[in-house]
Design a protein around this ligand. Structure first.
Ligand code: SF4
Ligand code: SF4
Length: 216
């Protein structure tokens, strides 16, 4: 399973319930919790009822952002947050009608208690993500781990790294002392941020006497 397939599998089968954001007719954000019903390794599928405002917003904008997390549920408050893995994903969605509805009910048997009859299921429509960009944020590793991934066949965009060290770095080491994740490689100049472990805190940018850390 490649990274995208494993992160989508985690969304559908481990996290399952996520918070999804859309915008209403006035452009204001609206969120709700939905279940990610299926993953086929390339995209995710979810459903809603045609009568819900959510369905209208999906049809109007064709775009969502979602976040879900897993881990830490059995731990006390002092330890729970450090066991969390979160996946965030944003992108365009497409309505596929009732395609995949039977498979969704087969893999998610609790749905039959919410929509018990074929007649009641006529209200449902299935959506899938066409193209999107996602990120895994894993607080359970030391240092933390970030991994970008892509959904859909389009050209992958270069990952967005908010902090980069440029050639003006003189190797003074000031950034090393304030980096909370110890994720700045300092073997040679310019120093280099290990992007998969960066917390995006901005400490290196704030302290650098040479303004060698670029904020983007
Ligand atoms: S503080 Fe700036 S100049 Fe000093 S090592 Fe870090 S990036 Fe380089
Ligand atoms: S942004 Fe924060 S975590 Fe990332 S390299 Fe700079 S100091 Fe370290």
């Amino acid at each position: 399973m490649d990274d995208t397939a494993s992160y989508l599998d985690m969304l559908a089968n481990e996290i399952h319930s996520v918070v999804v954001a859309t915008t209403d007719s006035e452009g204001h954000p609206v969120t709700r919790v939905i279940d990610i019903m299926l993953s086929d390794g390339e995209t995710i599928y979810f459903l809603t009822a045609k009568g819900k405002a959510f369905a209208g917003q999906l049809m109007d904008t064709g775009f969502i952002a979602l976040t879900g997390m897993t881990g830490g549920a059995s731990l006390d408050r002092a330890h729970a947050s450090l066991a969390i893995k979160a996946i965030s994903l944003r992108g365009t969605v497409e309505c596929i009608g009732q395609e995949k509805l039977d498979e969704i009910f087969e893999k998610n048997p609790y749905m039959a208690q919410i929509y018990p009859t074929d007649a009641s299921r006529q209200a449902l429509v299935v959506f899938c993500m066409e193209e999107g960009e996602g990120e895994l944020f894993d607080l359970s590793t030391k240092p933390i781990t970030r991994k970008s991934f892509r959904v859909g066949a389009g050209e992958a965009e270069a990952p967005h790294y908010p902090y980069l060290i440029g050639p003006a770095c003189i190797g003074c080491g000031a950034c090393l002392a304030v980096c909370p994740q110890d994720c700045i490689k300092h073997g040679k100049k310019p120093f280099e941020i290990e992007q998969d472990h960066c917390l995006h805190c901005g400490n290196c940018w704030s302290i650098c006497p040479e303004h060698a850390v670029m904020k983007r």
